[in-house]
Design a protein around this ligand. Structure first.
Ligand code: COA
Length: 203
């Protein structure tokens, strides 16, 4: 099935986030000019991380792949960017085949994992999908992706997970996902008070 590529600006403000060990990232909408940094992100992720992201051997990182990663079909991507401009995390919120459904995919650079960044990006993904008017959320990982499952359970999404031999699949009404993940029900997109790792609003 051929999808037309539609870039929809992410309706979110950049948010500065303090991570452990004095590291700071800004989470902001990805842009076409981020392609090179996204290629570097992939080069700095190990095979297991890339396999978990793509559920198969990772695709060749071509200009077409990069375009799709920063401007996903009918959706948007958010990047976590360091002070020096490195992209260390990326979440895509993409229109799924089912009407009204957003598919969410996450990638955190190996040396930035286990500091809360994946959870933070997932929460931003949920928030962004809601703000873009989607009603349901899906996400898929390999059945062996225990770290993804633990993260989704910690976000309160355990009841919406289904696992078969090959995949773990999240399927949840977005409103339920937002409540489970503790997002502000008023959807004040500048409110970062509930971010898990000390977010500060952009100046
Ligand atoms: C799944 C993935 C996104 C999780 O990202 P992450 O940034 O490591 O996630 P978090 O940091 O929020 O949580 C991971 C762990 O760090 C721990 N953690 C969070 N903040 C922490 C902190 N400040 N100090 C120490 N540990 C911390 C969490 O408790 C969690 O521990 P657990 O795995 O033992 O339960 C990441 O592993 C990844 O990119 N995997 C490859 C791609 C993928 O699987 N994508 C999903 C399918 S599309």
């Amino acid at each position: 099935m051929t999808h037309s590529v539609v870039h929809v600006a992410a309706p979110v403000q950049p948010v500065y986030v303090a991570l452990p060990k004095g590291r700071v990232v800004v989470v902001r909408p990805a842009e076409p000019s981020d392609s090179a940094a996204v290629a570097v992100l992939h080069s700095r992720c190990g095979p297991r991380t890339l396999h978990d992201r793509y559920l198969c051997p990772p695709p060749r990182v071509t200009s077409t792949t990069l375009r799709a990663l920063v401007s996903p079909d009918g959706g948007c991507a958010l990047a976590a960017v360091t002070k020096s401009g490195d992209i260390v995390g990326l979440v895509q919120v993409e229109a799924a085949r089912e009407p009204g459904t957003a598919d969410m995919a996450l990638l955190v650079r190996d040396d930035y994992q286990r500091v809360g960044l994946g959870s933070l990006l997932a929460r931003h993904g949920i928030r962004t999908a809601l703000a873009m008017g989607f009603t349901d959320l899906t996400s898929r990982g390999t059945a062996s992706n225990a770290r993804l499952v633990r993260m989704l359970v910690r976000l309160g999404l355990g009841p919406y997970l289904r696992t078969d031999e090959r995949y773990v699949q999240l399927r949840v009404p977005l409103a339920d996902a937002a409540v489970a993940a503790g997002l502000d029900r008023t959807l004040d997109l500048t409110d970062s008070a509930r971010e898990p790792v000390g977010a500060e609003p952009a100046a």
